[in-house]
Design a protein around this ligand. Structure first.
Ligand code: PLP
Length: 297
């Protein structure tokens, strides 16, 4: 297994100019053997912070603008200081460059509220080679639907629940994946308490009906997906329709295809939902994955 590469960042205020040594001088390679995080950091003790995971292909981070926009949006939802996106862009490029050209990888960028009492955010990046073999892109995955416990108006009704922000608090998402494993499935599609398709614990859901590709509307309290955004460009360019909608969960089993999509996984076709078989068009999956790998490369 290759060692992750870690960089600690001195976060600068939003829009501030680069320091004399350039933004590069604020990005410090850290040894994985040395302590890098204080135990009273609110990211560690309360999950109080945000993150982004970028896919990296051939040493190049994918969809950087979309990820940085989402980082800024998540930070705003948590009342964290606005991130300096020019600085993060440089840090992401440095971290992506540290990964080998011939392997797929990922970069995880983290911004926390910082050590308790200081008011200074903590920021770091971990770049990792992805060890998975991605067989699921060919073989498909079996999913179960699970109740997310939120109604589809949660983001409007209870914004303090931070639905739609990419926070560090992923314990619920990980617990849902363990529940899927207990039910002999590979992944989960969350359903709102009023019966609408939401998202997977670490991926966006895309469905196909004929020539129309649909993803759940993000105003129901789910994360706007960067992979979904790239795929919608691909569908439209290929002559299909692509739209956001409120999708009743009962419609899932009638889809002509369903995929879970995210930045490192890319597109994994769903072949079974709660024991019902779902049609799988391997050629379309291959085209989607080729589009995701080619994006802004
Ligand atoms: N939804 C959730 C909850 C996620 O955690 C992720 C990715 O981590 C996604 C959707 C997919 O987002 P992206 O395509 O930007 O990776």
């Amino acid at each position: 297994m290759s060692e992750p590469v870690v960089y600690m960042i001195d976060p600068l205020p939003a829009h501030s100019a680069a320091p004399l040594g350039g933004f590069e001088s604020t990005v410090h390679r850290a040894s994985t053997a040395a302590p890098t995080l204080t135990v009273t950091d609110l990211g560690a003790s309360r999950g109080d912070g945000v993150f982004e995971t970028f896919g990296v292909l051939a040493g190049h981070a994918q969809a950087v603008d979309a990820h940085l926009d989402r980082l800024a949006n998540s930070a705003a939802l948590l009342d964290l200081p606005e991130p300096n996106l020019a600085q993060w862009r440089v840090a992401v490029a440095i971290a992506a460059d540290a990964l080998p050209d011939d392997r797929q990888g990922g970069i995880k960028l983290v911004l926390t509220r910082g050590v308790e009492g200081t008011g200074v955010p903590t920021a770091w990046i971990v770049a990792t080679v992805t060890e998975r073999d991605f067989a699921e892109r060919q073989d498909g995955i079996r999913v179960v639907t699970l109740d997310r416990g939120y109604s589809s108006d949660v983001a409007r009704r209870a914004p303090w629940l931070l639905a739609g922000a990419k926070t560090l608090s992923y314990a619920v998402n990980m617990a849902a994946l363990r529940e899927a494993a207990r039910r002999d499935a590979d992944d989960v599609i969350f359903v709102s308490s009023d019966g609408f398709v939401m998202e997977a614990p670490t991926s966006t859901v895309i469905m196909r009906h004929g020539d129309v590709f649909t993803t759940p509307r993000t105003d129901i309290g789910i994360l706007p997906g960067t992979s979904q955004l790239s795929l919608f460009e691909f569908y439209r360019g290929a002559g299909f329709r692509a739209e956001e909608a409120l999708v009743p969960a009962e419609e899932l089993v009638h889809a002509d295809g369903i995929w879970l999509v995210s930045s490192v996984r890319l597109a994994a076709p769903v072949i079974d939902i709660d024991g019902s078989r779902i049609a799988h068009d391997a050629d379309m999956t291959n085209r989607m994955n080729a589009a995701l790998m080619a994006r802004d490369a």
